[in-house]
Design a binder for this molecule. Structure first.
Ligand SMILES: [Zn+2]
Ligand SMILES: [Zn+2]
Length: 178
């Protein structure tokens, strides 16, 4: 893996370090790259921008990212590009800063020197944290007809709404938690 995506916290000067990069879909999906579970069905390069600052022995990472992943709509079952973006803030230190309030300390991840951060893994973790198990292609998605099962976004229902005998009618009576 390219050195560009790995940062040694130990090497970060007082001026800090920033990045603004595109990580290819292939890298995000590569199971041999990094330790965090690889993403699947990534459509395009992910954008990943951030900076690390050092102050009083604590390294603070702040960043913004966006990724798009091919997913299945939970309502109409069509595949669509699910665009997802987020912001992250993380803190690292080589030893627990004992002069801090306990609450602040709890957010600091203690790492051992040289403190290698793999930015692909950090990004993957952020994506998994932001992951939603059920997604819909658009708010106005009309879903499937409960009678004939056609996709009402681009097909016309053939059963004219009389679907009391249909197997889909039983489904319609069930409640799904979003
Ligand atoms: Zn849909
Ligand atoms: Zn129908």
């Amino acid at each position: 893996m390219s050195d560009k995506v790995c940062i040694n916290l130990q090497d970060i000067s007082a001026a800090g370090k920033s990045w603004n990069m595109d990580i290819t879909a292939a890298v995000l999906m590569d199971v041999n790259c990094g330790d965090v579970d690889a993403l699947k069905h990534v459509c395009d390069d992910a954008h990943w921008q951030g900076a690390i600052e050092r102050a009083y022995g604590v390294y603070t990472l702040r960043g913004k990212w966006s990724v798009s992943v091919l997913r299945q709509c939970d309502r109409c079952m069509d595949k669509f590009e699910w665009g997802i973006k987020g912001e992250c803030a993380r803190s690292y230190a080589f030893e627990e800063p004992l002069d801090m309030e306990e609450e602040e300390r709890a957010d600091i991840e203690v790492v051992s020197p040289p403190g290698v951060l793999n930015l692909v893994d950090v990004l993957r973790e952020e994506v998994w944290l932001a992951w939603k198990p059920c997604v819909i292609c658009k708010d106005s998605c009309k879903g499937l007809c409960q009678g004939c099962g056609v996709n009402l976004n681009h097909d016309v229902c053939q059963c004219k709404g009389d679907y009391s005998d249909s197997p889909f009618a039983a489904l319609a009576k069930m409640k799904f938690d979003a």
